[in-house]
Design a protein around this ligand. Structure first.
Ligand SMILES: [Zn+2]
Length: 287
């Protein structure tokens, strides 16, 4: 599943390629995504200039003129491919997630610009496109989501006061989009390792100092993943087509049974299923 770092990489690619470009034509081949593509979608986008591409949590936001927007969510398996005219044998994927090149099947939406087109591919069809017609409605859309780790609002004090009297474990909170949006399962394990906090620890037992560590390490882990080009376990490959080494950069994720990477720690990485999600942690240094 694409997580925040992958979505941020897609945003950067899109912003570079389609900002200030005018939509010439839209082709919808399959309307039945998680949310049905609106009836007037093709006409809505046609002749509009893309003012910029932003992101909130895992939503991509195409900024259009007159405070209108098009939201794109990649769901479980969505990828965006950018195909430039007269260019052959180059990578089309706007991220490192899944296939480098445009697959033959499941290309549901095409947005065509001068000399370039954007193709939305999604085998499982959990992604979606949405039209938002005002700034107010855009804000409302994200009202229920907690702050992103990059926002100032996500700080030690916020975390500490949020956790008061909360008996759920910390791992669950890192995946709770009302508390913080966009962390995702892989990164939650990595963050807790850096904080030396056991994933099953009840949130209310965390100290102010622990909460400060969660603030700083959440930012650190996501920034690092963005810098490394996003990650996805099975599908990550680097730009030259060789198998990427991002997995080697994980401290705990998918390292079950291996020894802890922390200096002077003789612990072993364990795997535990918490709320149906795999969680990895060191049995010695995470208390
Ligand atoms: Zn350890």
């Amino acid at each position: 599943m694409p997580e925040l770092p992958e979505v941020e990489i897609v945003r950067q690619s899109l912003n570079k390629k389609i900002k200030q470009k005018k939509v010439k034509k839209v082709i919808v081949r399959n309307k039945n995504l998680r949310i049905k593509i609106p009836k007037n979608f093709e006409n809505f986008l046609k002749n509009k200039e893309i003012k910029g591409v932003k992101r909130y949590s895992k939503y991509l936001i195409l900024y259009l003129p007159n405070n209108e927007y098009c939201l794109i969510h990649l769901g479980m398996s969505g990828t965006i491919h950018l195909l430039e005219n007269h260019k052959k044998n180059y990578l089309t994927n706007a991220s490192f997630y899944k296939s480098f090149f445009l697959p033959n099947k499941h290309n549901h939406v095409e947005i065509i610009f001068e000399g370039l087109k954007l193709v939305y591919n999604d085998p499982r069809r959990f992604g979606f496109f949405q039209i938002i017609r005002s700034k107010k409605l855009l804000k409302k859309k994200f009202d229920k989501l907690g702050p992103e780790p990059f926002q100032l609002k996500f700080n030690g004090e916020y975390i500490y006061s949020y956790f008061k009297k909360k008996k759920k474990n910390i791992k669950n909170f890192l995946l709770d989009q009302k508390f913080v949006s966009g962390i995702g399962n892989i990164y939650a394990s990595e963050i807790l390792f850096l904080c030396s906090i056991n994933p099953v620890k009840k949130a209310f037992l965390l100290s102010r100092e622990d909460c400060k560590k969660i603030e700083l390490n959440s930012r650190k882990v996501l920034n690092y993943a963005i810098k490394k080009g996003g990650s996805s376990i099975r599908d990550f490959k680097n730009i030259s087509g060789l198998k990427g080494n991002f997995q080697k950069n994980f401290q705990v994720y998918s390292r079950e049974g291996l020894s802890c990477k922390r200096q002077k720690c003789s612990g072993v990485i364990k795997k535990k299923i918490i709320s149906n999600r795999s969680t990895f942690f060191c049995n010695s240094c995470q208390k």
